[in-house]
Structure formats: C-alpha cells, structure tokens
Design a protein around this ligand. Structure first.
Ligand SMILES: Nc1ncnc2c1ncn2[C@@H]1O[C@H](COP(=O)(O)OS(=O)(=O)O)[C@@H](OP(=O)(O)O)[C@H]1O
Length: 329
C-alpha cells in the first residue's frame, strides 16, 4: 500500500464515535441505525445519515451557531463540486483583498478546504468552535447537511446559501474511486445498491438535493441552486451569478479587466490539482488533499457504470424528483 492509501485508511475524526456527549448518546440510542461500507454505524437524524462524531458536531452547531446576516454557506453533497465552489467563492468574495492571479494568492499555497471550513466536519468536531465570533465578516463556511438541518440553526437569518449539485452517477463514481482506496473489494455494485437504498453518509442524496432546490424556488435571495455541469459548460456566467447572488457583483470595469477569467484560471481543475499544496498534506477535516481531485468533468461515469446500473440510478432519481421541476438529463 502506498503512503497516500495508508493515509486514507485512517478514519477522519468525523467518522469516529469517540467524541460524543451523554446527551448525544441518549439521542443516538433512539435513532434508526445501519452499517456503512466499512461496517461503521450510521444514524438517521432529521432525514439524513451520520457517524456519531458528526452528529455531535451537528448538535453543537444547532445549539451554538450564531448566524450573521453577512454569512455565506456553501452547501453540497460530497463529491458534487464542493472544492471548486469553495475556491471560487473564496476568490470572488476576497478579490479586493487578494488579487486573483497565479503569482500570489492564498489558493496557491493552501487547499480550498482549509480556507473555507466545514461546519460539521471540522469546526464543531472535537468541540472546536474556535472563535467563530471573532472571524471578520463576511465569513464563509461549508456544509454537507441537508437544508432542514442547516436551517434549524440559521433560523430567519437572511445569510446566503449556495448549493451545488452534480449528476448522481458522476458523484457515485467519484465517491467509489475515493473509497476504493479505503476498502478493498468495494465494488460498484455495492455503491449503486447503497445509493438506491439511500443509506450512506449525508444520504439519501436526492432528498438533500430536493431540500435545497425547493428552498431556492421559494426563497431565491437566500438559496442559490447551482449545477456542476453548468459550471463546466459556462463557467464565466456561473461565477458572475455567484457574485451577483452574494451581493458583490463584478463592475463593468472589473469585467473589462479580465478578473472573471483570472478567477476561473486560478480555481481551475488544471491549476489547483497541480499545486504542491494540493498534492501533499491533509485538510483540517482529516482528508488528504489529493483526495479532493480526480479527473473532474462531466460524464466520466460512462467509463465505469454498466447500462443497467445507469438505468437503475436514473429511474430512482426520476422517481424521487417527479413533480419538483428539477431534472437531470
Ligand atoms: N477546480 C475544479 N474544477 C472542476 N472539478 C473539480 C475541481 N476540483 C475538484 N474537482 C472535482 O470535484 C470532485 C470532488 O468533489 P468535491 O469537491 O465535492 O469533493 S469533497 O466532497 O469535497 O470531497 C472530483 O471529481 P472526480 O474527478 O469526478 O472524482 C474532483 O476531481
């Protein structure tokens, strides 16, 4: 086994069950549970599946987090474009402080996950809530929680939530590549079955996508719904959309200066994945940086899933999304 695989085999804190209060243990004892692909127990809370430490972190978040109107929360399912969105949002929001270029920028020397941290995967795990009140505005956080769980803490805050989703088949294959390094003999059949059943960390997936989709329809100033495929197809338009939504639109002068292109280049897969900072090291939430980069792009699932697997997944998604107005072609 190489060093990288060895590194991945060590479970991250958020997958463990060693930082759980008595109150959380009591809650856990009342929740439905199932085993994940490694045999670890997941628990269903507010419609989604979590490991005990993550559940504790979510309870901490729901009890203690004080949203500011200027907060920005980037939400997604794992393997849906989180890393890219973190980089883009950071570069857009802080463009006056850090000029986006390839010579000197925080994204050139640090992984996007260390610049924008997950509420439930690192900030609140091990009870680390390190001075969130002291962070300057606008604060940018990320989460994989579904909207209903996030909302409980945001309450009526008008803060901005940007959600990114991706074709479940690409998400699944991306996750399978990542997890195959954790567990040998982990087949595509296993993960397809898991996705269809819906029992997986932060799953079931389409329910989460729907939770943000519905909110974006009724509260479009609060939730922006984005798609990885659209970011690939029309990146410039999507970055402009993000900046508009976050209340920091590009001026005509900025557009003329090529700043949008510079941000896109800085945050591009080609640039980020080749940086030393992203080839080595481990993020604050315990994942090796290289684990956030595969091949990127759209439709890679085609090289792995059989027609039958793709059909089953498409049918499941179509059924779940029926009547919502949301479609994955
Ligand atoms: N900058 C940029 N541009 C385009 N695509 C990118 C970028 N950075 C990461 N990726 C691809 O996104 C996939 C990982 O998804 P996430 O970032 O959501 O993963 S994670 O949940 O944070 O672990 C994973 O997709 P796959 O290659 O299909 O596995 C990454 O390669």
């Amino acid at each position: 086994m190489d060093d990288a695989s060895q590194n991945l085999r060590t479970p991250a804190n958020f997958m463990k069950d060693d930082d759980v209060s008595q109150e959380c243990k009591n809650l856990i004892s009342s929740l439905p549970s199932e085993k994940d692909f490694t045999g670890r127990k997941l628990y269903s809370y507010q419609g989604s599946w979590y490991y005990p430490n993550t559940l504790q972190a979510i309870l901490n978040f729901q009890t203690h987090f004080q949203a500011r109107d200027s907060d920005i929360i980037l939400a997604s399912l794992p393997k849906s474009g989180t890393t890219w969105l973190k980089a883009l949002a950071f570069a857009v929001v802080h463009r006056n402080k850090y000029a986006p270029n390839l010579e000197s920028h925080p994204l050139l020397s640090d992984n996007p996950h260390n610049l924008v941290r997950f509420l439930e995967l690192d900030l609140y795990v091990k009870n680390q809530c390190p001075g969130l009140e002291e962070l300057p505005s606008p604060r940018i956080f990320a989460t994989h929680m579904p909207f209903q769980t996030l909302h409980e803490s945001l309450r009526d805050s008008p803060c901005k939530v940007v959600y990114v989703c991706r074709d479940i088949k690409d998400v699944l294959v991306s996750r399978w590549h990542f997890r195959s390094k954790l567990v040998s003999n982990y087949s595509l059949e296993d993960i397809v079955e898991e996705y269809i059943k819906g029992v997986c960390f932060f799953g079931p997936f389409q329910e989460q996508v729907l939770s943000y989709w519905k909110e974006s329809l009724v509260n479009s100033n609060h939730v922006l719904f984005m798609r990885y495929e659209e970011m690939i197809e029309k990146p410039e338009a999507q970055v402009i959309r993000v900046a508009d939504f976050l209340g920091c639109p590009f001026t005509e002068e900025e557009k003329q200066s090529g700043i949008v292109e510079n941000i896109l280049e800085l945050c591009s897969f080609g640039n980020l994945s080749n940086l030393e900072a992203n080839k080595t090291g481990t993020s604050t939430c315990g994942i090796p940086h290289h684990g956030f980069f595969g091949k990127g792009g759209v439709g890679g699932w085609n090289n792995h899933l059989t027609d039958d697997m793709a059909r089953k997944l498409d049918e499941m998604v179509e059924k779940k999304l029926e009547g919502s107005g949301l479609k994955f072609e």
